[in-house]
Design a protein around this ligand. Structure first.
Ligand code: GDP
Length: 488
């Protein structure tokens, strides 16, 4: 009953917001574009590059409106007073002037652009683009809404016993004093939450690169750090067990429910339902660096993310948060770490994962697209002769501290690197053997099959209109899919 009431309330609230926004959009067409992805997937860099592209121009052959029909774009005050503004000026200064990567996304932020353009029929028009940047980890919280504390605990513990998580979970799982029937105790709750968070953090380390690590705020608590709503952890309870009043179990269950009320529902109700278009950035290369377990975990996370857009099937989701996203693009980021001969191969790996997720989730909802891109291209290409062979290599300045072939880079020296090639078909990655390639989780830096180094941002290039532009790979394809039809 309580659940049904919550649904009606959420629905009414979302409906009135949607009506208001529909009214305003009749006069001033607005697209709300969600940009998400797990931590370090490339959200901040992507948004900065996208805004730079629209404000300053660049080479975008596939973004059809940019070939002479965009008159100008400008930043404009955003509509939501309570959401921090995306700090474009600071990020672009870091990227362009300092040639340093900007500070990553830690919370939701928003920025508004107004694009003045000429329609295909020659009329002068304006499109307002609201870009909403939010951590992909928040999407992975969606299943919690319909899940009891006991079921969530059991599932989280099962996952924690799988490799490579098991070794990382040992300090948490072996901690004494976490008996569900023990009396409720703040110190025990805090210890459990701390150990559980340490476990999640260890899973995210680049050697393991796990993706499915809910609850999303545990690793990015923002202003909720240390609040009771974030001071809980799974306990070893049966999925259908009752919590005895006054027990640690009851205390954790209460806080888990508070997390849903304070964190999860407000995000879906106030932000997610208002998005029209969505791009999900995915660091496939980080998973390849780490190994087969990381790739399998990324696929699990992708399925969970896809469920958020599965409005056709997921009836409880669509009654509670009637969403309106009609296009979703999944983008493998940092394609500039590879020679262009591997870009399509990277796209194929992500396509395979997305296809499998679509089939598993019986997806029907938005239109889906997959791309491999680099919002900022930090490398050039070169052919290097090794013996009788020419190796398709890349040239860039590795970030200070990166290590390869026993050498530590200083962040100032340009280097030619042969990044290796991705296989022509991704079959080998998905045959379920779990040992199809060697990653950092099981071997050393120099023996891993894939090792993608981080490079410093590039110097600007000169666009066709003579303006300085950030080099990119396939950013134009992304712009065309996400907003091209709105600029007809
Ligand atoms: P966020 O956590 O999703 O906001 O991730 P960021 O946008 O801060 O990106 C994390 C890191 O990934 C950056 O510091 C860069 O090292 C790298 N990165 C992101 N996008 C690109 C790209 O287009 N090309 C290259 N070479 N590196 C990128």
């Amino acid at each position: 009953m309580a659940n049904a009431l919550t649904r009606v309330a959420e629905q009414t609230r979302a409906a009135s917001l949607a009506l208001y926004e529909f009214g305003t959009s009749l006069f001033n067409p607005t697209v709300r574009l969600g940009v998400t992805g797990l931590s370090r997937a490339g959200k901040t860099v992507f948004i900065t590059a996208l805004i730079h592209a629209l404000l300053r121009g660049g080479r975008f052959p596939v973004f059809e409106a940019s070939n002479g029909r965009i008159i100008r774009a400008r930043l404009s005050p955003q509509p939501d007073d309570a959401v921090p503004r995306f700090d474009y000026e600071k990020h672009v200064h870091a990227l362009v002037t300092e040639r340093a990567w900007p500070e990553s996304t830690r919370q939701i932020s928003e920025i508004r652009l107004v694009i003045e353009y000429q329609s295909k029929k020659g009329a002068l028009r304006e499109l307002t683009l609201d870009i909403v940047d939010y951590p992909g980890e928040w999407l992975l919280d969606l299943p919690l809404i319909e899940k009891s504390y006991e079921t969530w605990s059991a599932e989280t513990l099962t996952l924690a016993h799988m490799p490579p998580r098991k070794a990382l979970a040992a300090p948490w799982l072996s901690h004494p004093g976490l008996a569900p029937s023990a009396p409720e105790d703040e110190d025990h709750a805090r210890a459990a939450a701390r150990l559980f968070t340490d476990y999640l953090r260890a899973c995210r380390d680049e050697r393991f690169a796990m993706s499915l690590l809910p609850p999303g705020r545990f690793l990015m608590p923002g202003d909720l750090a240390d609040s009771p709503a974030l001071t809980f952890a799974p306990l070893n309870v049966m999925p259908d067990s009752e919590a005895a009043p006054g027990s640690l179990h009851a205390m954790m269950k209460r806080r888990y429910e508070a997390y849903k009320d304070v964190v999860v529902r407000p995000f879906f109700r106030d932000h997610f339902v208002r998005l029209d278009r969505q791009i999900v950035l995915i660091d496939v290369l980080a998973a390849l660096n780490a190994g087969p377990d990381a790739l399998a975990d990324l696929e699990r996370a992708l399925t969970a993310i896809l469920e958020c857009f599965n409005f056709g099937r997921n009836s409880w989701l669509s009654t509670m948060f009637a969403p309106r996203i009609d296009r979703v693009q999944f983008a493998a980021t940092k394609a500039d770490h590879l020679h262009h001969s591997s870009h399509d191969r990277l796209e194929r790996i992500l396509s395979r994962m997305t296809d499998r997720a679509v089939a598993r989730a019986k997806f029907s909802g938005a239109q889906i697209d997959v791309v491999a891109l680099a919002a900022v291209r930090a490398t050039r290409e070169a052919q290097v002769k090794r013996g009788a062979n020419l190796l398709a290599s890349i040239v860039g300045t590795p970030v200070a501290g990166e290590i390869a072939g026993g050498k530590t880079f200083d962040g100032a020296t340009e280097t030619v690197i042969y990044p290796g090639e991705l296989p022509a078909t991704p079959d080998g990655f998905f045959e379920g053997k779990g040992n199809s390639f060697r990653g950092l989780a099981s071997t050393g830096q120099d023996d891993a099959d894939f090792r993608f180094l981080r490079f410093r941002p590039p110097l600007l290039e000169t666009a066709e209109n003579g303006a300085p532009a950030l080099p990119h790979i396939r950013l134009d394809r992304t712009l065309q899919f996400l907003i091209g039809d709105k600029l007809q």
